[in-house]
Write a new protein. Structure first.
Length: 259
């Protein structure tokens, strides 16, 4: 259930690399809002600016200009304490390459964000057990990443991104390193937690299969958002997938204004 009000506001975001006559506009005035409970996808070809956009929101890189507001607060104006809280508990980040620590078990990887902030272990363990059950990884919590499959690693990483109850989960090509079956399993889980608990997710992807699990998709090219596609209230994931494919085929034919 999507609640009223804006959770995240991206306002005229620009990111420019280089100087003088040798500049690249990775983002060229991107603006959009995300409502609480949305599952928003960002699609675009390689080099379109989608990962740069996600990294600006995550404060991994600093935009050249523009603002990102979370619950009305400008994250660019955060002091070091507020920024640490934002990165540690207000957002969760799900990486394409899992980004698990090899010398930690699955349980230790998931609990890491809470252990850094000294959260009570009993409370943390209860949250861990809940997420492990949901992602079906209870039986591998004692294993190290080298003992897990790619799909298991990404579900552990997904648990870690959610353990601190973030306002929003940022997912950067989360199925990019997975086989088809593992990718579908992960997307079913992400859609399930979005629907069941109203968890807000912002996902960057070039994969129409993954994108078809979203409720809304923004298409970006050359640093500009040029089209939006919404999943209808009663529309199946399969039908939405077909609409995404049709749009991508038309865009590949040279149209940038397909409705």
């Amino acid at each position: 259930m999507i609640r009223q009000g804006k959770l995240l506001e991206v306002q005229d975001l620009q990111k420019i690399y280089g100087k003088k006559n040798n500049i690249t506009k990775a983002l060229n005035g991107v603006s959009f809002d995300i409502l609480p409970g949305e599952f928003l996808g960002i699609m675009g070809p390689s080099g379109s600016g989608k990962t740069t956009l996600l990294n600006c929101i995550a404060t991994i890189i600093k935009p050249t200009s523009g603002r990102v507001l979370l619950n009305g607060k400008n994250i660019s104006a955060f002091n070091s304490k507020d920024l640490a809280e934002y990165r540690g508990s207000r957002i969760g980040y799900l990486f394409q390459d899992f980004a698990l620590l090899d010398n930690l078990t699955g349980q230790e990887n998931i609990l890491l964000p809470l252990s850094i902030y000294g959260v009570d272990f009993v409370k943390a363990k209860a949250k861990l057990d809940e997420l492990a059950g949901f992602f079906e990884i209870t039986d591998i919590l004692h294993k190290f990443p080298s003992q897990m499959s790619g799909g298991q690693k990404q579900r552990v990483a997904a648990g870690r991104s959610l353990i601190s109850d973030p306002d929003i989960v940022l997912a950067d090509e989360p199925t990019g390193a997975l086989d088809t079956r593992s990718a579908r399993t992960l997307m079913n889980k992400l859609e399930g937690i979005n629907r069941s608990s109203g968890r807000t997710i912002l996902m960057v992807s070039h994969d129409p299969n993954a994108a078809s699990f979203c409720s809304r998709i923004l298409f970006i090219q050359d640093g500009v958002i040029f089209h939006e596609l919404r999943r209808k209230h009663d529309e199946s994931q399969e039908t939405f997938y077909e609409r995404i494919l049709q749009l991508l085929a038309q865009l590949g034919g040279g149209s940038a204004n397909v409705l």
